[in-house]
Design a protein around this ligand. Structure first.
Ligand code: CAA
Ligand code: NAI
Length: 719
C-alpha cells in the first residue's frame, strides 16, 4: 500500500509500504494512483513528496507477481501522470531506488537521495529492460553513454555517482524525507514544465553508432547469447533517434518480446535460487539456517599462494582482521607484497585508502592462539593438510573453527586428525577468490550446525553466495566438471579439434571453452590432481585398441601434453600455441594435430567429423547427469544449489539458468534420450550412463524443477 499524509504547510507525503523492499505490487501501484490523484485535487496541497517506509525507497516491480496474470494499474501511465502534475513532486530516496522504483523517481520533478542510497536499473539481470520509461528518461537525464552503461549492465550506482551523472539533484546525510519535505515547501507553486525529464532535449554524441557498436561488442564478450542487453541497446538507440512518445512505444515492443522469453524465466529463477541457497537446508528439508552463527572477530589464512592471497583480500575488504601464515620468510614476503598490491589497487578503484593494518603476517603457526576461524589454503596434498590440522588442533582455541579450502580432498579425513571434528569443514573459494562470488561450504560427517552457520554467515559478510554441499571427491562443482572435461578430451581423440569444441561451448554462452580455459588456468593443475588420485601413468601399450583404466575409458592426451611441458599460456603452448610464454592470443597448433593423428593410429581410433550439436550435448549432458547423481546422493540439497554453484563459480551462462534449470527447459526426456544414445555408442564411458534419478523423474512425468525433491527418495544423505 501507500500511506498519504498531509504535512502542515501545503505538502503531501506519499509513503510506499510493502515490506521488505517496498516493491511496486499491484496494491502499491493502486494506492499510488489514488494518493497522487488526492494530492492533485486537494487545493491546499502545493507540492508532493514520495518516499518509502523503513529507509528504503523502492526496489522496483514486485518480481513475485511476474508469474501470475497482470493486475492493477500499469506503471507507465502512473509515472506519466506524476510527471504531468502541475504540482512539483519530489522523490526522497533512501536505501534503494531500483528498476521501477528508479523509473518512478525519474517521473518526479526532483530527486533527493540519502548519501548511502543505491540507484540502478537492474532489469537486464532479470532478462528484461526498464520498460516504465527508464530507457527513454535516463538517457535524457544522464546522457547516452552513462545510460547505456547502467541499463545494459544493471549496475547500481551510489548517491554520489548519481549526483555526478545528474540522476539526482541533491545528496544528503540527513533524513531524506525531511530534507525533501523542506525542499518541497520551498518550491511549492513553481512550474513543473521545465523539470519534466521526458521533455528534456537529448544530447546525442557524434559517435553514437560506434558507441552502440562498442557496447554490443562488450555484451557479446560478457554475456554471449543473452538477448536482454541487446534489447536494452536497441531501446537506448530509440531514445536517441526518436521523439519521446515513439521511443516509449519501441520500449514497450522490445519488453513484450523479452517478458515471455525463456531467458527471462531463467534469470528470474536465478534471482530466487540465489536467495534460496542462503536459507540453507539439508536434502531432507530440515532447516538449519535458524542456528545462530558465532561471531568471527579474527581469521587466520594459511598459505599465501593464489588462493590465500585472494581470501586475505576478501577478509580485509569486509573489515575483518586477518593473520596470514606462510612456511618461510621468502614466501611470506612475496605474499605480503602481493596482498598489499591487491589491496592498493582495490582501494584506488574505490577512491579510498587501503586498510593494510587489518592484515598481519607470520611464519609461525603458534601465533594463531587468538583467532576464531582458520582457512587453510596450502598445496593440495592430504599429508600436508593433515599435518597442519593436527598442529592447529593444539595451537588454536578449542572453540575455533578449522576450515579447508581444498578443491576436493576428503574433509572427514582432514577432520579426523583434530580433536574437534564438529568444528572442521570446507570453505571452498573459487579463483580469483577476491572476485568470484561462489563459496562452497563443505559439510563433513561430524560438522555441527553452528560451524555451518558461522561459515555461511562469514561468506555473506564477504559478499559471497554460500552454498552448503556434502563431502565427496570434488564436492559439487569440481565433481560435475570432471565428466565435462573428460568428454572434451574424448571428442578430441575421436576427431574434433580444440577450437571446434571451444567454439561450440562459447556459442552456448561460456566466456571460454574448456581448452582455452585449461590453458589459462594451467594444465598442470588437473594433472597434479590426477596424479594424486593415481589416475596418471602409462596407458595400455601401443597398438592396444582401447585405452582404459580400471575398466573405463581414459584419455592420456592431457597427461602427455603436461609431460611434454605444454602447461598452457604460462608455457607459451598447451592446447593452443601462444605468441610467447604468458601470451594471451591462442592459435591452433599444427603440432597438436599431428600428435593427435599419431595417438589415434597408435590406439586404433578412426577420426570422424563431429558436429557442434554432439559436442554440446556430450559435454553439457554428462555434466548435468553428474548433477542428478549428486542430487540423488544428497550431496546438494536442491537443483537450485547446483545452478547457483555453476553460475557464480563456473561462469555458466546465466541466461540459461544453470545446468539443472537448462535441463528442465530442454526437457528431461530429451536429455535422457540423448544420454542413452551416447552411452550406447560409447559404453566404456561411465559418466554417460543416465542416472537413475533422471530416469525416475522422466518416469514420473518430468515434473517442474521445484518438485524434483518429492521424487528424490534418498537412501542416504551427506548433509
Ligand atoms: N520484488 C519482490 N521481492 C523482492 C524484490 C522485488 N523487486 N527485491 C527484493 N525482494 C525480496 C527478496 O526476494 C527477499 O525476499 P525473501 O526475504 O523472502 O527471500 C527480500 O526482498 C530481501 O531481499 P535480499 O535478501 O536480496 O536483501 P538485500 O538487502 O541483500 O538486497 C535489494 C535488497 C538490493 C533490493 C535486492 O533484493 C535486489 O537487488 N532486488 C532486486 C531488485 C530488482 O531487480 N528490481 C527490478 C525489478 S524489475 C522492474 O522493476 C521492472 C518493472 O518495473 C517492470
Ligand atoms: P599455491 O601453490 O598457489 O599456494 C599454496 C601456498 O601454500 C604456497 O604459497 C605455499 O608456500 C604455501 N604453503 C605450503 N605449505 C605451507 C605450510 N606448511 N605453511 C604455510 N604455508 C604453506 O596453491 P593455490 O592454488 O593457492 O591452492 C591452495 C589450495 O586451494 C589447494 O588446496 C587448492 O586445491 C585449493 N584451490 C585452488 C584453486 C585454484 O584455482 N588455484 C581454486 C580453489 C581451491
Amino acid at each position: 500500500m501507500a500511506v498519504y499524509t498531509r504535512i502542515p504547510g501545503s505538502v503531501a507525503v506519499i509513503t510506499l509500504k510493502n515490506p521488505p523492499v517496498n516493491a511496486l505490487s499491484s496494491t502499491v501501484r493502486q494506492a499510488i494512483v489514488q494518493s497522487v490523484s488526492r494530492a492533485g485535487t486537494d487545493p491546499d496541497v502545493k507540492a508532493v513528496v514520495i518516499c518509502g517506509e523503513n529507509g528504503k525507497f523502492c526496489a522496483g516491480a514486485d518480481i513475485r507477481e511476474f508469474s501470475g496474470p497482470f493486475r492493477g494499474p500499469a506503471l507507465v501511465p502512473l509515472i506519466d501522470d506524476i510527471e504531468a502534475s502541475e504540482k512539483p513532486v519530489v522523490a526522497a530516496i533512501e536505501g534503494v531506488a531500483l528498476g521501477g522504483g528508479l523509473e518512478l523517481a525519474l517521473g518526479c520533478h526532483y530527486r533527493i537521495a540519502h548519501i548511502k542510497a543505491r540507484l540502478g536499473l537492474p532489469e537486464v539481470t532479470l532478462g528484461l529492460l526498464p520498460a516504465a520509461g527508464g530507457t527513454q528518461r535516463l538517457p535524457r537525464l544522464a546522457g547516452i553513454p552513462a545510460a547505456l552503461d547502467l541499463i545494459t549492465t544493471g549496475r547500481h550506482v551510489s548517491a554520489q555517482e548519481a549526483l555526478k551523472l545528474g540522476i539526482v539533484d541533491q545528496v544528503t546525510d540527513g533524513n531524506a524525507r525531511d530534507v525533501a519535505v523542506e525542499f518541497a515547501r520551498k518550491i511549492a507553486g513553481q512550474p513543473t514544465g521545465p523539470r519534466r525529464v521526458s521533455s528534456l532535449p537529448i544530447q546525442c554524441p557524434a559517435n553514437l553508432d560506434s558507441l552502440l557498436e562498442q557496447t554490443l561488442v562488450r555484451i557479446r564478450q560478457r554475456a554471449r547469447g543473452a538477448i536482454a542487453p541487446v534489447a536494452c541497446v536497441q531501446a537506448v538507440r530509440a531514445a536517441s533517434t526518436l521523439p519521446f512518445a515513439q521511443g516509449m512505444q519501441r520500449e514497450q515492443e522490445l519488453m513484450a518480446a523479452l517478458f515471455t522469453s525463456g531467458q527471462a524465466r531463467a534469470l528470474q529463477y536465478l534471482h530466487f535460487a540465489q536467495r534460496a541457497v542462503g536459507k540453507w537446508s539439508t536434502p531432507s528439508g530440515a532447516r538449519w539456517d535458524n542456528t545462530k552463527p558465532r561471531p568471527v572477530r579474527k581469521v587466520a589464512v594459511i598459505g599465501l599462494g593464489t588462493m590465500g592471497r585472494g581470501i586475505t583480500v576478501c577478509l580485509v575488504r569486509a573489515g575483518i582482521p586477518v593473520i596470514a601464515v606462510e612456511m618461510e620468510e621468502k614466501q611470506l614476503e612475496e605474499g605480503r607484497r602481493a596482498v598489499h598490491g591487491m589491496l592498493d589497487r582495490d582501494a584506488q578503484r574505490h577512491g579510498a585508502d587501503p586498510n593494510l593494518s587489518l592484515a598481519s603476517f607470520t611464519i609461525n603457526l603458534r601465533d594463531l592462539g587468538d583467532v576464531d576461524l582458520v582457512i587453510e589454503a596450502v598445496f593440495e596434498d592430504m599429508a600436508l593438510k593433515k599435518k597442519i590440522f593436527r598442529e592447529l588442533s593444539s595451537v588454536c582455541r578449542p572453540d575455533a573453527l578449522l576450515c579447508t579450502n581444498t578443491s576436493g580432498l576428503d574433509v572427514d579425513e582432514i577432520a579426523s586428525v583434530t580433536r574437534r571434528p564438529d568444528l572442521v569443514l570446507g570453505m571452498h573459494f573459487f579463483a580469483p577468490a577476491h572476485m568470484m562470488k561462489l563459496l562452497e561450504v563443505v559439510h563433513g560427517l561430524h560438522t555441527s550446525p553452528v560451524a555451518v552457520a558461522t561459515a555461511m554467515d562469514l561468506g555473506k559478510k564477504l559478499e559471497k553466495v554460500g552454498v552448503l554441499v556434502g563431502n565427496c571427491p570434488g564436492f559439487v562443482g569440481n565433481r560435475m566438471l570432471m565428466p565435462y572435461t573428460e568428454q572434451a578430451y574424448f571428442l578430441l581423440e575421436e576427431g574434433a579439434r580444440p577450437e571446434e569444441v571451444d567454439q561450440a561451448l562459447e556459442e552456448f554462452g561460456f566466456a571460454m571453452g574448456v581448452f582455452r580455459m585449461g590453458d589459462l588456468s594451467g594444465l598442470d593443475v588437473g594433472w597434479k590432481i590426477r596424479m594424486g588420485l593415481g589416475l596418471t601413468g602409462p596407458t595400455l601399450p601401443a597398438g592396444t585398441p582401447v585405452r582404459s583404466r580400471g575398466g573405463h575409458r581414459y584419455s592420456a592426451v592431457p597427461d602427455i601434453l603436461c609431460e611434454k611441458g605444454r602447461m598452457g599460456q604460462k608455457a607459451g603452448r598447451g592446447w593452443y600455441l601462444y605468441e610467447k610464454q604468458g601470451g594471451r592470443v591462442a592459435r591452433p597448433d599444427p603440432w597438436l594435430q599431428s600428435f593427435l593423428e599419431e595417438y589415434r593410429s597408435l590406439h586404433g581410433i578412426q577420426a570422424r567429423h563431429i558436429d557442434p550439436q554432439e559436442i554440446l550435448e556430450r559435454c553439457l549432458y554428462s555434466l548435468i547427469n553428474e548433477g542428478f547423481h549428486i542430487l540423488e546422493e544428497g550431496i546438494a540439497a536442491a537443483p537450485q544449489d547446483i545452478d547457483a554453484i555453476y553460475v557464480f563459480g563456473y561462469s555458466w551462462p546465466r541466461h540459461t539458468g544453470g545446468p539443472m534449470f537448462y535441463a528442465s527447459m530442454v526437457g528431461l526426456p530429451r536429455v535422457l534420450d540423448k544420454l542413452e544414445h551416447y552411452h550406447q555408442a560409447h559404453p566404456d564411458i561411465p559418466r554417460l550412463e543416465p542416472s537413475s534419478l533422471l530416469r525416475r523423474l522422466v518416469a514420473s512425468g518430468s515434473p517442474p524443477l521445484q518438485q524434483w525433491r518429492d521424487v528424490i527418495k534418498k537412501h542416504r544423505s551427506h548433509l
